[in-house]
Design a protein around this ligand. Structure first.
Ligand SMILES: C[S@@+](CC[C@H](N)C(=O)[O-])C[C@H]1O[C@@H](n2cnc3c(N)ncnc32)[C@H](O)[C@@H]1O
Length: 226
């Protein structure tokens, strides 16, 4: 490079300094980490009253969620953090005999009741994951569902980024959770909520783009990302 051209190229980085010390460019090497509260893991002892409570169908509207998702018969769904498996019968029916539902959970206390429930459906398989790795089969899943789970996930962006390893092409990610700011007849349980904006931002940093959102769950947001 000719000396004059070199001088012109370097000029923008020199600023107004009168001395000639080089100024190192600022290089951002990783995405910023968001700081937000994370709820403790749900206590399995409370399953009967909260996850399987009598009025859950009324506020959770599971059949309406299934209709909105238009899950394809024969497809594979992972119910991440399935808990007591409340949503499994709906998912199992939607994907049908040729489909598969992975019922993933990280707390061993859920496993025996969950196994009993899974045994009622030929297409449901139990998966014991960890809080950082759902341990699903690689490239297996068309639809990931996190129903009232994400507010408990530590390192959310890393977790969502990791799901790409298990995703088939064009996989979708469904996140349903309580947002304490939202109004509705079933308020977010104290300390078990997360802002919708934080979820969308963390998902975006993890390579998931918001495609659809549904507005029929009152105090819960319902997001579909790809
Ligand atoms: C409030 S319960 C919801 C259970 C179920 N999805 C439902 O809607 O009935 C939250 C569940 O998420 C699980 N969980 C929390 N963090 C998780 C993680 N990083 N990976 C998988 N499951 C997780 C908890 O063990 C618990 O079973």
């Amino acid at each position: 490079m000719k000396p004059l051209l070199l001088l012109l190229c370097l000029f923008p980085f020199c600023g107004c300094r009168s001395h000639s010390a080089p100024v190192a460019p600022v290089v951002v090497t990783h995405a910023p980490v968001l700081s937000r509260p994370v709820s403790p893991l749900f206590n399995p002892v409370l399953s009967d009253t909260l996850l399987e409570g009598k009025n859950r169908d009324w506020w959770q509207k599971p059949q309406q969620i299934i209709t909105a998702l238009k899950l394809k018969p024969g497809s594979t769904v992972a119910d991440i953090g399935t808990g007591s498996g409340y949503f499994l019968p709906y998912l199992s029916r939607a994907v049908g005999a040729k489909g598969t539902v992975y019922a993933e959970e990280v707390q061993e206390d859920f496993l025996s009741p969950l196994q009993r429930r899974a045994d009622q459906f030929k297409n449901v398989r139990l998966v014991l994951g960890t809080e950082t790795d759902p341990k699903l089969p690689f490239l297996s899943t068309d639809t990931f569902v996190l129903m009232t789970v994400y507010h408990e996930v530590k390192q959310g962006t890393e977790f969502l980024r990791g799901l790409h390893r298990f995703a088939k092409p064009n996989a979708q990610l469904v996140i349903i959770d309580f947002d304490a700011k939202r109004k509705g007849s079933h308020p977010a349980p104290e300390g078990h909520a997360i802002s919708e904006e934080a979820v969308v931002q963390e998902a975006k940093m993890a390579g998931w783009t918001l495609k659809k959102r549904f507005e029929f769950l009152g105090t819960q947001f319902f997001l579909v990302l790809e």
